[in-house]
Design a protein around this ligand. Structure first.
Ligand code: DHB
Length: 307
């Protein structure tokens, strides 16, 4: 068996396979289950300061090419959520995902996640359709720098910054996050998109627009990983996310420069057992390619990187 272990921002993971934010990350029991089924770590649902209902339904659809959702960042609020985290059994590292309206709010949420035992915080600067948070902040280089710096100053744990695949200046934003102290960028969130019912003559999602994930996102997010790795080398860690459902998909992201990956749509579609399947596939593929460890693949398809 190949060595599947990896390290992101100093955190050791038994494999590169992590649970993406937003899928099964709302309760201690669901996150424990995902780790029991093979995930090397989990990212929580994105949590804000106050409880939030989210959008009406339909909020999630399966498409031929992937999935689309506009949940509206529903969450119980940080006070209730840290109590939930206290019930976790501790199967592996938990990364706390947070969203807010400004640097001060991101920092205070991050502190609560750190105190609750999260090993890293993931800043959601990329929800594609929320007002005054997410992508509205993450598309503004100045705001990304300000929020990242404030969070890095407030917590001791590593800070991961999750960006949108729509950024025209992806490398510049990633560089800004790095210079502000982020240890990793998570590439990428879902792609702003929509579906229209020709019979009803209206958008299908209650919110109109949503975020697309799954297979159609993979070539886009993979390009983001590769582009950032080519420009920034290993001066910042990269976590790849978007359309991963096989060991081959994981290998592509590793070769593009990611040290770990997150799975969302595949877990929503096939259940958490997909972690073991993908792990086995990755192991077989590594051996077939003549590699003994995950680390050997990182950045292999990025020839410009000076190793
Ligand atoms: C939601 C949040 C996201 O960050 C995303 O990519 C898609 C949907 C949401 O809660 O609506």
């Amino acid at each position: 068996m190949a060595d599947l272990s990896t390290k992101v921002t100093g955190i050791e993971f038994k494999s590169p396979l992590l649970l993406a934010s937003g899928i099964l990350g709302e309760t201690a029991a669901s996150m424990d289950r995902v780790m029991a089924e093979g995930a090397a770590g989990v990212v929580t649902k994105s949590i804000g300061t106050d409880p939030r209902e989210g959008h009406g339904t339909p909020a999630y659809l399966d498409l031929e090419v992937g999935t689309i959702n506009a949940m509206g960042l529903p969450n119980p609020g940080i006070d209730a959520y840290v109590k939930e985290l206290a019930d976790m059994k501790g199967g592996g590292p938990v990364m706390g995902s947070v969203f807010g309206k400004d640097a001060r709010e991101y920092a205070s949420l991050a502190v609560r996640m750190e105190r609750a035992g999260c090993r890293a915080v993931e800043l959601n600067l990329s929800c594609p359709h929320a007002e005054k948070t997410g992508l509205e902040l993450g598309a503004d280089t100045g705001k990304v720098g300000e929020i990242t710096a404030a969070v890095c100053k407030a917590v001791g744990v590593p800070v991961w910054v999750k960006l949108s695949p729509t950024l025209p200046n992806m490398v510049e934003v990633a560089r800004t996050a790095r210079d502000a102290g982020a240890g990793a960028v998570v590439l990428t969130n879902t792609l702003k998109s929509m579906v229209i019912s020709v019979e009803a003559k209206m958008p299908v999602l209650a919110n109109g627009m949503g975020g697309m994930g799954g297979p159609a996102l993979k070539p886009v997010a993979l390009r983001c990983v590769w582009e950032v790795r080519r420009a920034l080398g290993d001066s910042i860690d990269i976590v790849g996310v978007g359309g991963i459902g096989t060991g081959r998909d994981v290998a592509e992201y590793l070769m593009a420069g990611a040290r770990a990956v997150q799975m969302g749509s595949a877990v929503a579609g096939s259940g958490p057992a997909v972690f073991r399947t993908v792990e086995r596939e990755l192991d077989v593929l590594l051996t077939r390619l003549g590699h003994g460890s995950v680390g050997e693949l990182v950045g292999l398809a990025v020839p410009e990187v000076v190793k």
